[in-house]
Design a protein around this ligand. Sequence first.
Ligand SMILES: Cc1ncc(COP(=O)(O)O)c(C=O)c1O
Length: 422
Amino acid sequence: MQPAWYSSGIDHIWLPYTQMKTSPPPLPVSHTDGVRIFLDDGRVLIDGIASWWTACHGYNHTHIRKLLVEQLERMPHVMFGGLVHEPALKLATRLVNLFPESLNRVFFSESGSVSVEVAIKMSIQFWVNKGYPEKNKILAFWGGYHGDTSGAMSVCDPEEGMHKLFKGAIPEQYIIKLPRTENDLSTLEKFLSNKAKKCAAMIVEPLVQGAGGMIFHGDEVLIRLRELCDRHDILLIFDEIFTGFARTGTLFAFQQGGVSPDILTLSKALTGGTIPLAATVAKNNVFEAFLNESDESALMHGPTFMANPLSCAAANASLDLFESKPILKEVCRISSQMNDELERCRSIPGVADVRVKGAIGVVELSGKISLDWLRQQFVEEGVWIRPFGNIVYLTPAYTISQQDLSVLTSAIYQVVSKWSQK
Ligand SMILES: Cc1ncc(COP(=O)(O)O)c(C=O)c1O
């Protein structure tokens, strides 16, 4: 028996990434707490993916809730044009203090995709303002994912970004293989020798291509990309919307390569997963290219809810937790437990790979996969794990206990074994 709000509302909602004709109905949630999702029918699921990688401190964290409530009473929202407020300026200062010195200008928006749009717009206009309007293409990589708005889609993997379906409607960019080998590197180098003069920026998810298949690469790739961008006068954008805030074992993935981007995008765990917020952070020299006497040179972008005070308060609260809790140590613990406990999946027929980086655990399958069947099996095991493509993965909250994490890894072993015997 479904609750009344479900029965009356379900025929009026359009769900994401869902074939509404054939997909199983979504599960009604009544509330969340810690790493648990409570369903309306009384079932409880241990969450293995932290609501699309956002709820890094677990759900309903008391400290984040407290600061949100205080902010709610003071000022839930005010426009950011011509006005500023303490939560936003405090957050901008705290963020830039986490980065290398020159990465010091923060532009807020409300979603990861929009922060990518802003990064693209910033890099193209950077070159326009400098007198090189022909540098207006973005170079991106196969397997990349940067969001669902049209600019962001244009820099996704062509399949993931549905470039065929939307041909002619989204901008055409340069998409090439991410250089993991010397061979790939020389292909990219050759490509740039021809095309760099048309290229405004290169965009990459550092260390992990997330939604494109949880594909890892080494930190040396970041060093090589930085060198290439410097040599060919191209801005480098690191999209840390997934990898940021400790997911790969360091606060930001780019720190592992010891190189920094010209523009950085952040979202998801920025507010500890409580409320939407995103940021596009630019180096000072990028910012300075927008400064002159003409309004035309200014960055003409301004989402209505940018720098929403509630969102900024939540992000400040989340940063308090990063400062006061041993989160990197927790990520290390989770990483080593996932390494130990997922390894046995490797021997299941049909498992193509098992890999772990930071608090990301991946079991890659090969062969015929019914996502609906897999997802249903996980719910029956009492866990919330949502495979996509051929990837079964865990990105739990950093607060997850050893016991709960074991329930998740065992569920993966059980369900993947069952799938393999089907
Ligand atoms: C690396 C990366 N960039 C951008 C996005 C888009 O973010 P949003 O869904 O908030 O628009 C995502 C979302 O998964 C992402 O993983």
